[in-house]
Every structure is written in structure tokens, then in C-alpha cells.
Design a protein around this ligand. Sequence first.
Ligand SMILES: C[S@@+](CC[C@H](N)C(=O)[O-])C[C@H]1O[C@@H](n2cnc3c(N)ncnc32)[C@H](O)[C@@H]1O
Length: 441
Amino acid sequence: MSPDQDHRHADEAGAARHLTLTVGAPAAGGTFVARHEGRVVFVRGTAPGETVTARVLEDPSEATSARFWRAETVDVLEAGLDRVPTVWPEAGVDGVGGAEWAHIALPAQRRIATEVMQDLLRRAGVTSYPLQDVQVEPAPHDMDGLGWRTRVRFAVDEHGRVGMRGWRSHEVREVGDNPLAAQAIRDLGLGAWTAPPGTEAVDVVAPSAGPASVVLIGRELDPAGLEVPQAWGDADVSVRTARGLVPLHGDGTVRERVGERLFTVSATGFWQVHRRAAELLSEVVSDALRAPRGGSAWDLFGGVGLFAAVAADQVGPDGQVLTVEGNRRASVLAAENLQDLPQVSAATADVTDWVRARKGGVDCVVLDPPRSGAGVELIGLLTAKVRRRIVYVSCEPSTLARDLAAAERAGWSVVDVRAFDLFPHTHHIESVTVLEPGSTR
Ligand SMILES: C[S@@+](CC[C@H](N)C(=O)[O-])C[C@H]1O[C@@H](n2cnc3c(N)ncnc32)[C@H](O)[C@@H]1O
């Protein structure tokens, strides 16, 4: 094969190919749609209306047969109206992950997220709710989308350098700063620290009450030899090895305040990430649930009991709330956090198994599954057992859309959707959807 033929072959196959693309509508996953010779290309690192040079990411051997290609922006030839100087120069196509829309103006991010969410619901066939009413709202008082992240996982390379993973890569990159992180996390100065040998990651939490928490993670780490840097001040410090969590300073938990109530959360356990999320979602769920006084409610995928507290308030002392969570430690903490509310009981179980085995129905349900969503089976079980309302808190609109369509097929209707930008400068969307039995069509 001559060099010319070789070049043409590579070109036909799209090998490491650079394309000039005109970028159009947003797609799921934070990308935008462009077309090249009829083929759809999902481009990252760009914005609607731009002309860019983009590198095709498809493996050359598979590019010809691929239905669509993925590409990343290497040069912006004509900037779109939504492009602004990035809020985090170290993030992006050639930098770290976690801020893939940092180069897009914040109001435009919300407009784009709204388009994505409406489109996912439409494609899934959700018809009982006017989709133009689904609008992504900012979190209250969030003016710049910075300083919101209360939980950050840092990566550590083989030399102990603490950084973050590259965008869609496992490579550990140095980071001088993370403007999305809460100030208490930035103040720890982890980028300038060298972790002890065997450290694989560092989990940092800036809770709403009490000191920050640092957890060094490494299967073979030796907690005995660890020297805590002065810059960490009064932060709690733990080590998580293959044998479990060993607290060195503090007890391996953090405290979160929502209104008057304090929740204890494991230092490595789930809690809403945006510093305003727990309070905001509690208020929205409280407005949405409408559990009757003296009635019953289930809080599914309940974590340490955030929404069970809301439900307990509504049903009152003569009602009953069951909170169900798969992680045993979180479930034990839920029982402790809500021990002043005798109407609440906590169960450790797989949610679908638990609902399937449950005899009898319930007035209202709040569910807050991980990104994989509730799933069609669980939705089928709930639509048969819930008498009044299902409030679905979601962090992934594609699985939400699938589940809402399943609820509609079972004869239920969507009566309200609130969507929130609780992950500014990323494409992620949080939402709270209310479902009721019966048809609105
Ligand atoms: C998005 S979090 C919500 C937690 C809680 N509602 C909150 O707001 O703090 C999802 C929770 O579901 C739990 N989980 C995931 N899969 C589960 C399953 N199949 N059964 C029970 N719990 C599960 C996780 O451990 C996690 O605590």
C-alpha cells in the first residue's frame, strides 16, 4: 500500500481524524450533535451554533461501521453566543473531568439542560404532562455556580501526587484549584500534598455542620504511619483499607443540618452534593408528597433518612413511615437520626425485593434511586400498591423518562415536574416529579 493509499484508508475509516463541524442541538451526556457526510457526530467541549475542529474518538477499525461517531473539540473556529471564558481552565477536553460545561454561560447551561430533559421525556413517550412546563431552575441564591460541591473524590498517582482524573480518562492530572468545590475543601490544599504510598484516592467532605472530613482510601494502607498535615487544621481524618474504615481523628462520620435537624452520615456515605440541595429537595418533596395525617408513607432508597423526616412530619405521630435503604451503615444511621420520631422504622433491603414482598399498600411514596433509576419492575409494583402519590427524585433524566413512561402505561399521570441545576457547569440534572393514579389525557 502506498503512503497515499494508506492515508486515504485511514481517512475513510475516520482514524484519528480531524473534522470541521457545525454544531447543533444538545444531546444526552453533555455532548452536542453535528453531522459529517450524513453520519451523526456527538461532539464534546463545544456549544450550540459553533464551528469547531474536532478529533474523532472512534477506534479506526470500527469507525466505518459505526452508526455514529463521538468527537472532542480541539479548536473553536467560530464561537457560539453561549461561549464564555471557562470558570475552570484546568477542566475540559484536555483537562480534568467534572465541569464539561464550564465554557458555557450559566443561563445557557440551564436552557440547554431544559432542552435535553424535555427531549428525553418526549422520546420516552411521556404525554400526561405539558413538557414545555419542564424548566431547569437554579438552586436558590446560586449566582455563579461555584463553591457548591461538598463532596470531592481526588485521585492519586503512583508517586502520591493528588489530582483529579482526566475527562473520560484514568490518567491522574494535577489540579491547582477546583472552583466548584466548597471553600473548606479548597482550603485543605490537597494538590500540594503527597499522599503516603498505597493511597489510591482521597474522599473529602465539607459538611454543613462541623469540621471537614478527609478519608484516605487504599486497600493496603497502614493507618499507623500517617502524618496529618498542619494545613488540614481540625479536619476529621480516616483511612479506608480492605478491612474497613479506621478513624484517626473524629469518628468516621460527618454532620449535616437541614432546618433544625442534624443528620449523621458516614464520611464515605451518600449525601446530596450541592450545598443547598438537601434543604431545597426537602422543601420540594414536602410540598409534593401530601401524605395524610395518620397515614402511611415509604421513603425508598432512603439513605440516612432525609426524606423520611419530611414524610414523618406530614403523617404525624399516629402515622407510619418506612425508610428502605440497601447500605446497612446508612440504614442504621437513618434509624439513629430519626429516633425521636417513633412513627419511622428503617429497613435494610434491596428496594425492589422489599416492595415485591410487602403485603398491602401505602398512601404515598418518595423514591430517590441512583442514576440507574427505579426500573420498570419497581414502577409496576408501586403503581399497583400506592394509593395517592409517588414523588420521584431523580439525578438522571434518561432513566426517569423511561420510568415515567412505564407509570403512564400503568394508568398513572405526571402532575408536576420541577428540575434543578444542582450540578452547575456539568450536564447533570436533578428533578422531582409527582405522579398520581388516573389519566389526565
Ligand atoms: C441518590 S441516593 C438517595 C439517598 C437519600 N434519599 C438522600 O437524599 O440522602 C440513593 C440511595 O439508594 C441506595 N441504593 C442504591 N441501590 C439500592 C437498591 N437496589 N436498594 C436499596 N437501596 C439502594 C444507595 O445506597 C443510596 O443511599
